[in-house]
Write a protein that binds this ligand. Structure first.
Ligand SMILES: [Zn+2]
Length: 136
């Protein structure tokens, strides 16, 4: 897709520091790393986000993200990995080509869950679940 930064990386027209690739996906270093070793995984084909991507692109991304996460454990000493994919501006997406952040984690690395972890109202949870099931 013209004017898509990540399509440019996939085409080799925009420089990136690649760390892994497969037939349908590639992984490269994030130039705005949240932690050391922060990697982005993208499908080679353009998909705006995970909501619109086909099964093949999603599978290729999560498979390669898993490989990257295992490499982060082995090579960087990560003791955990956070996978994150944002969709749409209100979902925190800022580059509109599907991507999965793969963050190598260690205890005390300073990253935090951005929402308060509090028990929800069981009736509200059940009600929302019913709406989601009905919408599929
Ligand atoms: Zn693209």
């Amino acid at each position: 897709m013209a004017d898509c930064l990540f399509c440019g990386i996939a085409a080799g027209d925009v420089p990136a520091t690649l760390v892994a690739e497969s037939e349908a996906a590639l992984a490269f270093m994030d130039i705005f790393p949240a932690v050391d070793g922060h990697v982005l995984v993208i499908p080679r084909a353009h998909h705006d986000d995970a909501l619109g991507a086909d099964r093949e692109a999603l599978a290729a991304c999560i498979e390669l993200a898993g490989e990257v996460g295992r490499a982060q454990e082995t090579a960087l000493g990560a003791t955990g990995v956070t996978f994150l994919s944002c969709a749409r501006p209100d979902g925190w997406q800022s580059v509109f080509h599907l991507h999965v952040h793969v963050l190598p984690r260690t205890a005390g690395d300073g990253l935090a869950i951005p929402w308060p972890v509090e028990a929800g109202d069981p009736e509200r949870i059940a009600s929302v679940a019913e709406r989601l099931r009905a919408a599929r």
